[in-house]
Design a protein. Structure first.
Length: 93
């Protein structure tokens, strides 16, 4: 199942909000590379994304080897994982 640009924009905004909580400041919206994050921030990002999107952290890691290095890659991975879990949730509901 693919995601729409509107859904990806919503995911991007939520990811930016998570990063703001971790970093203590809002990233420039044009920021693409997240390679300045230290290992503790990457771990905190993983845990926060798991909580924010209700996606198992193992699935986030497995989705892309360098899932945290690029904002675009991160948003695409989270969007795809969210799209995979939505049909499961609607079956349960």
């Amino acid at each position: 199942m693919s995601t729409t640009p509107v859904e990806q924009l919503a995911v991007r905004e939520r990811v930016l909000a998570v990063l703001e909580r971790i970093l203590g400041y809002r990233l420039d919206p044009a920021t693409e590379h997240l390679t300045d994050l230290d290992s503790l921030q990457v771990l905190e990002l993983l845990v926060s994304l798991e909580e924010e999107f209700d996606i198992d952290s193992d699935r986030i890691i497995e989705s892309q080897p360098d899932w945290w290095a690029s904002l675009g890659t991160l948003v695409a991975s989270i969007s795809a994982l969210k799209a995979e879990t939505q049909p499961e949730e609607s079956k349960q509901g």
